[in-house]
Design a protein around this ligand. Structure first.
Ligand code: NAD
Length: 437
């Protein structure tokens, strides 16, 4: 199959590279010329484990190429995927579909022969219909279908997620479009990946419902964590105890500083707006958004309490990205917590293994080139992101570098008993604070 991927960001680049690995001929398009120039020179503009190898192998095999000229990619393609950004619209939280509609207009100009135009971007219910109208109006002469194929990959494990998804969801009408989509995902039949065909509307909603449900799980366990702290229970035990119930499942039950990232915050907000507009308000999602927003501030206040006030204090912050194994800073909890601490008078020394370049665009702090450098002379340390390299810190060295052995761990990466034994005042989430004996 010949595939054009419009938008070569986190989703477009991973999807394009993996579809070429499936054996398809893929051209990835981006209007950001700098991105295309970098890719043509063999550089990967984002940090995503394993992506460089997949891109390099498939470019070498002649199945994957890049261009900033959409007109070179669309003619002759069996499927044209739209994988452009759908950020929150400023002010009202609706998904901003400007990039999707622009892409649809540009695609329309270059269509020839039967093509399936596929929205891979996360888009509100009804967007596929609007894309169809844009194309039909611009090009009444062309033969095409519009399908919805939401993406469920997670940054940090995107390649594996694309290669072995739990399911593929396709929303489309008509056998011709189904046939093309089936053919594109045929390589997954080997893993017996379920391919779920639905209406376009259901497919569009599945993506939002999935993200809202996962965000709800995280928010639920975060509230349980607060309750645990009041009642003397341990949220890790509670999460394990409920997660072993097959009806609940153990994933997304890790208490922390609130969800962030490029999807959950904007998608819960967009679903909320959709539900308001439809006159069927999703009260649970409404509560999730509010609780999660409040949580980031609550976590900053928790840090303030742990430090006995932060005015004039220096705080080492380990981890700035919204989760490990990505350089993505979009809606990261650090973007709320760090400025809050700075406003309260703290000096921040920060370190992130891969996120520094992105973080610099948003946070003004002292950036360090490794964890121990950030700790040097600080009054205490805060763990904001659970990068692997923070899981095995040399405790003696940490204590030697800090002015006082205070660790606030918002990701619960250590065992409280062990930290007390190691001589730390250890504050975590949903578990009792421990002090050295
Ligand atoms: P991104 O911002 O990383 O990438 C979008 C790219 O599209 C940019 O490089 C931009 O220059 C390009 N672009 C915009 N308009 C264009 C046009 N007309 N022609 C060519 N290129 C154009 O965004 P992303 O994180 O990859 O997300 C893309 C979509 O996928 C969003 O709807 C998002 O909600 C969804 N999604 C993201 C994830 C994730 O983990 N990032 C997961 C699942 C779904």
């Amino acid at each position: 199959m010949r595939v054009a991927m419009i938008g070569t960001g986190y989703v477009g680049l991973v999807s394009g590279a993996c579809l070429s690995e499936f054996g398809h001929d893929v051209i990835c398009v981006d209007k950001d010329q700098a991105k295309i120039t970098a890719l043509e020179a063999g550089q990967i503009p984002i940090f995503e484990p394993g992506l460089d190898e997949v891109v390099a192998a498939n470019v070498k095999a002649g199945r994957l190429s890049f261009t900033s000229d959409l007109k070179k990619a669309v003619p002759g393609a069996d499927a044209v995927f739209i994988a452009v950004g759908t950020p929150s619209r400023r002010g009202d939280g609706h998904a901003d579909l400007t990039y999707v509609f622009e892409a649809a207009g540009e695609i329309a100009q270059s269509l020839d022969g039967y093509t399936v135009v596929v929205t891979k971007s996360t888009v509100p219910v009804g967007t596929g219909g609007k894309v169809r109208d844009i194309i039909a109006k611009a090009r009444p002469d062309v033969d095409f279908d519009v399908a919805s194929n939401p993406e469920f990959l997670r940054e940090g494990s995107a390649i594996e997620d694309f290669r072995r998804p739990d399911r593929v969801v396709v929303g489309c009408e008509g056998e011709r479009a189904k046939k093309v989509m089936r053919e594109i995902y045929r390589p997954l039949y080997l893993h017996e990946t379920p391919i779920l065909f639905t209406s376009r509307e259901s497919s569009e909603l599945i993506k939002y419902a999935a993200n809202a449900f996962l965000a709800t799980k995280i928010t639920f366990i975060n509230e349980m964590a607060d309750l645990c702290e009041k009642l003397g229970a341990d949220v890790q035990d509670v999460a394990r105890g409920i997660g072993l119930d097959g009806r609940i499942g153990n994933k997304f039950l890790h208490a922390g500083p609130g969800f962030g990232g490029s999807c959950f915050p904007k998608d819960t907000l967009a679903l909320l707006k959709t539900s308001q507009d439809a006159g069927a308000l999703t009260h649970i999602v409404d509560a999730v958004v509010k609780v999660n927003d409040a949580r980031k501030i609550a976590m900053a206040e928790k840090i303030e309490r742990a430090f006995g006030g932060v005015k004039g204090k220096t705080i080492a912050v380990l981890g700035l990205t919204f989760k490990p194994n990505t350089d993505d800073m979009r809606d990261a909890p650090s973007l709320v917590i760090v400025p809050h601490l700075q406003k309260a008078g703290a000096t921040i020394r920060g370190y992130d293994p891969e996120g520094t370049k992105e973080a610099r665009k948003h946070l003004d702090l002292t950036y360090c080139s490794e964890a121990y450098e950030a700790l040097s002379g600080a009054d205490g340390v805060v763990i904001l992101t659970e990068w692997n390299e923070f899981r095995a810190l040399d405790f003696a060295r940490v204590k030697g570098l800090l002015k006082s052995p205070l660790m606030v761990d918002l990701r619960n990466i250590y065992r409280p008993d062990q930290m007390a034994e190691e001589g730390f005042i250890y504050v975590s989430v949903g578990r009792a604070t421990r002090k050295p004996a």
